[in-house]
Write a protein of this length. Structure first.
Length: 428
């Protein structure tokens, strides 16, 4: 029996080598030419998609505005929002189909990995490639206070907002722990905290010192709502430019479940009782009072659900507006964004009212204890993926989805196929 040593084996030519010098007889077979043509065409298409994506990220002056958004007037802000929403594109169906084809040949029954396969297809459509990669992750945590706390709708005092904000900066809060576990950074931004922060540079993005009391009148002006929204969008854009391509939403703001419930009620048509939860843990009596306050806010302000900015400015919050902008910018940039609880979902509803296709870029995370959360997700066409009885906020539920999202791509990239593993396919 003859044995061959590794050095005795004939070397195989690469595809490019065959094209350059021909086969063993010096000629390039027609089949090889066709395959090579298709191969290089696919590479060109992939590079073109990535080029378009990169161009979209960097070759613009933030939707027609300069870097200092606070210098823009209301008309300029409206124009920037219009450019942002009109630039959001549908997911790429070709990439979705190609991803499903990749998943269907893995050694498993068809669709047996359920939601993981759904996420894989969604990411393919968002990134516009059948081989999406996660390059960096971040939680965008927006902070804002609410004048409605004077109505006694929260069990915690307003000063807790600023105190917790410092905790995020120091890295000791729940979201810091879970984000680090998921390999993500936390970007905390003061959009509308009421108390002064030290150093003052922390307040550079602050639109105003908390909202007005929505039970007495509008939370903010239309221009302030637009400014907060576009500030959130700008923060998302800068985060993406830094190399992040998977975002999650987080927030802090004592009293913010009250405006969130108001927004969910107006945008979904559900009653205040159906969408209002206990927030920081109020009693039955306090819950009834909270519902009455929300009803009064809607009655006093008469928000127009067909005009999302009108609704946001009248019964919303500054951090909710900023999250709305972050969600829209993520969609504009072809970036997936993970939603957290009721506050994030109120922002998501607002974003979807402004640009319905933006909902396709959203990934739901957990089922919050806030009862309006599931109704908001249903309106968005989403289902909660985790049910851990959480109601902390901050983005903690969203952070738990980072490993799940990456697991979906791990399956596509690393799981064996029937052919590679030598497994008989059968009828499954």
């Amino acid at each position: 029996m003859l044995e061959s040593k590794p050095g005795d084996l004939p070397k195989k030519k690469s595809l490019s080598g065959v094209l350059e010098s021909g086969g063993d007889d010096g000629k390039v077979p027609t089949t090889i030419k066709i395959v090579a043509g298709l191969y290089f065409l696919q590479k060109i298409k992939t590079k073109w998609r990535r080029f378009k994506m990169t161009t979209k990220r960097t070759s613009r002056n933030f939707h027609g505005l300069n870097n200092n958004l606070k210098e823009a007037d209301e008309q300029a802000l409206e124009s920037a929002l219009k450019e942002l929403t009109s630039g959001i594109e549908k997911l790429d169906q070709e990439s979705i189909s190609a991803m499903q084809q990749r998943l269907d040949v893995k050694i498993k029954p068809t669709r047996s990995l359920g939601v993981l396969e759904d996420i894989g297809q969604q990411l393919a459509g968002i990134f516009r490639t059948s081989q999406p990669k996660i390059e960096g992750k971040a939680v965008l945590l927006m902070g804002g206070d609410h004048g409605v706390v004077t109505e006694g709708v929260s069990a915690a005092p307003q000063e807790v907002t600023a105190q917790m904000f410092y905790s995020y900066l120091e890295g000791g809060a729940g979201i810091n722990v879970l984000a680090e576990y998921g390999g993500a950074k936390v970007i905390a931004t003061d959009i509308g905290i009421a108390a002064p922060l030290d150093p003052p540079e922390l307040m550079v993005n602050r639109v105003k010192n908390g909202t007005n009391n929505i039970a007495e009148g509008p939370a903010m002006t239309r221009q302030e709502a637009l400014l907060a929204l576009l500030t959130g969008a700008q923060i998302a854009a800068k985060t993406v430019d830094s190399g992040v391509n998977l975002l999650a939403t987080g927030e802090v703001g004592i009293g913010n479940t009250t405006p969130s419930a108001a927004l969910v009620s107006v945008f979904t048509g559900h009653s205040v009782e159906e969408v209002t939860g206990r927030g920081t843990g109020v009693s039955d009596e306090a819950l009834k009072h909270k519902q009455d306050v929300i009803k009064r806010a809607i009655e006093v302000n008469q928000p127009d659900p067909s005009d999302p900015i009108d609704t946001l400015s009248k019964i919303g919050g500054l951090e909710i507006a900023a999250l709305t902008g972050a969600i829209l910018e993520a969609a504009y940039q072809h970036i997936p964004i993970i939603l957290d609880g009721i506050i994030s979902s109120a922002a998501a509803l607002t974003a979807a009212q402004l640009a319905p296709i933006s909902a396709r870029y959203m990934i739901s995370s957990h089922n919050s204890e806030e009862q309006g959360h599931r109704l908001a997700l249903k309106q968005l066409g989403l289902q909660p993926r985790l049910d851990f009885h959480m109601r902390l906020g901050e983005g903690t539920g969203a952070a738990l989805m980072f490993p799940m999202v990456e697991a979906a791509l791990k399956i596509a990239d690393e799981m064996a196929t029937f052919e590679s593993a030598g497994v008989t396919t059968g009828d499954f």
